[in-house]
Design a protein around this ligand. Structure first.
Ligand code: G4P
Length: 289
């Protein structure tokens, strides 16, 4: 079952983002470092290129991602014109503290008095936009923008006298063109799915983990994993943990949930769901099909 999303929301978000882009000097796009391709929204590129705005791509949650894969993504993004990419973890405040200086460097023409660098943070749900914004501002701001239908007057949130963030909805819904993206986004909790689909998502995740990180899976669940596929892994987790439904049958739903939770919290270890190469391959085989 492919995971789909609502284009109606997307149109409202696009309109707001386009308006804000006009008064923005720098776009800060927050991505999930474990799935930088799937957590990108092509709308950001389209809107910022239209206005010729530079973009700082923040690969957030890098504490959860495979560091070697994150480096490959940084190389890939940093090769693009007008883009600067960095890996950050909001769990490490020192890394976030480096961001303002970086932003300043990207918009050198906006540093004078009365000319603060105007920045907009954009990204799909759950990539860490609010967390990052609160850390940059050193205070909690109400989560604005989670309701695109609500019109709010724009606030200007000053980091200091030289930098200002708009609180305009930077929330974008993921654009799910490729079925694999739907599964990656659901596994990472950027989109919600029901219990039935959650089992499919867990099986998809299990397959990736078995292919790329078999030793981490073996260590986490203290069991051999040779010859298992994604579904069998979920079943084995349920068996190992004694998850049963009435009648003694395996509770696969609970096994799926356990695997997803372990991935989301980092209990399995630092893993990435896609690499620049795997993404290219995935897009290529989708185009051929
Ligand atoms: P959003 O505005 O983009 O929707 O994301 P938000 O800041 O609400 O963050 C979503 C979840 O991701 C939160 O967890 C947040 O704590 C977590 N998070 C944000 N940045 C990082 C990071 O760099 N590393 C890790 N490991 N987690 C990060 P939550 O489960 O909703 O709540 P919490 O109990 O973790 O606070």
């Amino acid at each position: 079952m492919a995971i789909q999303w609502f284009p109606g929301h997307m149109n409202a978000a696009r309109k707001k983002a386009a308006e804000t882009m006009e008064i923005t000097d720098l776009v800060i796009e927050v991505l999930d470092a474990r799935l930088p391709g799937a957590s990108s929204n092509p709308m950001v590129e389209e809107l910022r290129l239209h206005r010729q705005r530079p973009c700082l791509k923040i690969l957030n949650k890098s504490d959860l991602a495979d560091p070697r894969v994150t480096d490959a993504w940084l190389d890939c993004f940093n090769g693009r014109s007008g883009v600067h990419a960095v890996a950050v973890s909001c769990r490490h405040p020192a890394e976030v503290a480096r961001i303002p200086a970086l932003c300043q460097k990207l918009v050198p023409h906006r540093t004078g008095p009365g000319k603060p660098a105007r920045m907009m943070i954009m990204g799909i749900p759950n990539v860490g936009k609010s967390t990052l914004m609160n850390m940059l501002l050193k205070r909690r701001v109400a989560a604005v923008g989670d309701e695109p239908a609500v019109t709010k007057s724009q606030q200007r949130l000053y980091l200091d006298r030289r930098m200002v963030l708009t609180d305009t909805p930077g929330l974008l819904w993921p654009k799910i063109v490729y079925p694999d993206d739907g599964y990656m986004l659901a596994a990472s909790h950027a989109v919600g799915v029901n219990a039935l689909v959650e089992e499919e998502v867990a099986a998809f995740l299990g397959e990736i983990l078995l292919n790329r990180y078999p030793d981490l899976v073996k260590a986490r669940y203290k069991m051999p994993v040779d010859g298992l596929d994604g579904i069998a892994l979920v079943e084995e987790i349920a068996r190992k943990r004694g998850f049963k439904i009435r009648g003694g049958e395996l509770d696969v739903e609970k096994g799926a949930h356990a695997l997803l939770q372990d991935y989301r919290t980092g209990a399995i270890g630092r893993v990435s769901l896609e690499t620049p190469d795997s993404r290219r391959e995935m897009i290529g085989s989708f185009a051929e099909s």
